[in-house]
Design a protein around this ligand. Structure first.
Ligand SMILES: [Ca+2]
Ligand SMILES: [Ca+2]
Length: 477
């Protein structure tokens, strides 16, 4: 049916245009609302120069970005594994609301998220062109989310890998080494080039570009030149004292079987080699960040683009006798989080505890978009404007159903599903070596932090298998 002039539909379009113009006019530069460049990194812990996690970390581009804007030095993921961490970031909800703690199911298959728009969708519905490439959501934007992204700039992620095992036989996931010969064969590097190209062009509408790098996630293959930066024999190893484990309660990490154990890596004589590979892969991904930033800084969008960089969770390389992720200690939860762009003062750091679920409400507030009332994070705009702005809410992380860590400015409190506890005072114990949970003087601080642990969480969408229940300490081995 042909619509008559000034029909309801046309009036709707006209009023939408007025609304969009109203947003445009709020921008000081008069160029419209800011674009968003979101750089997502996979499994990057605090081994970046600006977070002082490892003395040999070589991350000049991430450090430069931190110097340009606001580095959050006490930022933590919502769940310490890829898929649920990213679902929390993109939905703005904690796992206690969406119920995902493992690698599946995908966002679009989670019932509790049926009516919950991704942040990309929220921006798209308010006038933005959405572009994405690489690993943003763990399972990509599939099913009903397919339309959330207007333009896919690169779908490849993770590769390539050599035909033969180089250092660690671990099926598809595990292994590491100097491969392939050149950067241009790396999918992350190709993605960085595609993103830089997009950023070097003037876009008609404001854009939200999500760029998801896969390294330093395993398998840790990167070209030889990145390994050449480090000396395996003399590499600095993290602290991994066995006696540190003496005051830790029985918890799921005793039965963790997802990654090689620390004992296996050490017995295989591969600890130094693995630490070197992680540093080399991190240096490589930092180079990719630099390529993207060069595209932005030499293009027409530089003065009207907000950059946010995050990693989905941390990574152990021996600390607490553990390899990889999924624990509730600082190594697993702490991540780089940086906001930079016009209007953000340079080089000041925020030490308040913040969560990756805070990104969604922050971007909405910064860009002046309509609020999304479902969001469970707290906007970081006060801390972006003034690095010392106080904040009451701590960062809460989860691992498997019913296990939580609460990180305040000074403390980490961990409570496992079986009731076991840990408490660390970061003012004097940044490596979390002395568990104060049973000290009589800890009662007050524990009670204060316990308040933030979710009390009636949504049941897990994919119930734990028996093996995982054992791991989680819910049932006996
Ligand atoms: Ca990850
Ligand atoms: Ca200890």
């Amino acid at each position: 049916m042909q619509l008559p002039l000034f029909s309801g539909r046309l009036l709707l379009i006209v009023s939408c245009l007025i609304a969009v113009n109203a947003i445009f006019s709020t921008d000081a530069a008069g160029d419209g609302p800011p674009n968003i460049l979101m750089i997502c990194i996979d499994d990057l812990n605090d081994w970046v120069g600006c977070l002082d996690g490892h003395p040999e970390a070589m991350t000049p581009h991430i450090d430069a970005l931190a110097d340009q804007g606001r580095l959050f030095t006490n930022a933590h993921c919502a769940v310490t594994v890829c898929s649920p961490s990213r679902i929390s970031i993109m939905s703005g909800l904690f796992a206690s609301s969406h119920g995902s703690y493992e690698l599946g199911p995908a966002y679009e298959d989670i019932e509790k998220l049926n009516e919950v728009p991704t942040m990309q969708r929220w921006f798209k519905d308010r006038g933005y062109t959405t572009m994405a490439g690489g690993k943003v959501l763990h399972h990509d934007f599939g099913g009903r989310l397919e339309d959330d992204i207007d333009i896919n700039i690169s779908k490849r992620k993770g590769g390539p890998r050599p035909k033969k095992v180089m250092n660690w036989p671990g099926g598809k996931a595990w292994d590491w080494g100097a491969f392939p010969p050149g950067d241009d064969e790396m999918y992350d590097y190709q993605l960085a080039g595609a993103a830089a190209e997009v950023l070097s062009e003037k876009q008609e509408k404001p854009f939200f570009l999500s760029v998801g790098f896969f390294r330093p996630h395993v398998p840790m293959f990167a070209p030889p030149k990145w390994f050449d930066l480090f000396d395996e024999e003399n590499i600095v190893l993290p602290g991994a004292a066995a006696e540190d484990m003496a005051d830790i309660p029985r918890n799921f990490q005793y039965k963790m079987g997802v990654a090689p154990t620390f004992a296996e890596i050490e017995a295989g004589g591969k600890w130094k080699s693995m630490v070197e590979a992680y540093l080399a892969n991190t240096a490589f991904v930092d180079h990719c960040v630099g390529t993207v930033m060069e595209g932005l800084n030499h293009g027409p969008n530089r003065d009207n683009t907000l950059v946010v960089l995050w990693s989905d969770h941390g990574f152990h390389l021996g600390e607490k006798q553990h390899i990889a992720k999924r624990t509730l200690w600082e190594e697993s939860t702490r991540v780089p989080l940086i906001f930079a762009g016009p209007g953000i003062s340079k080089g000041k750091r925020c030490v308040e505890p913040v969560s990756l679920v805070d990104i969604y409400p922050t971007l909405i507030e910064w860009c002046g978009l309509e609020e999304n009332e479902r969001l469970e994070g707290v906007s970081l705009v006060p801390q972006i404007k003034e690095a010392n702005a106080a904040r009451e809410v701590p960062a809460v992380s989860a691992s498997y159903f019913g296990n939580y860590a609460v990180r305040s400015r000074d403390w980490r409190y961990i409570r496992y599903a079986n009731g076991a506890e840990e408490l660390y005072d970061h003012r004097v114990d940044p490596d979390e070596q002395v568990n104060l949970a049973n000290a009589p003087t800890s009662a007050e601080v524990k009670a204060d932090l316990y308040r933030w642990i979710p009390k009636n969480p949504t049941p897990e969408v994919k119930p734990l298998a028996t093996r995982e229940q054992v791991r989680a300490g819910v049932i006996a081995p």
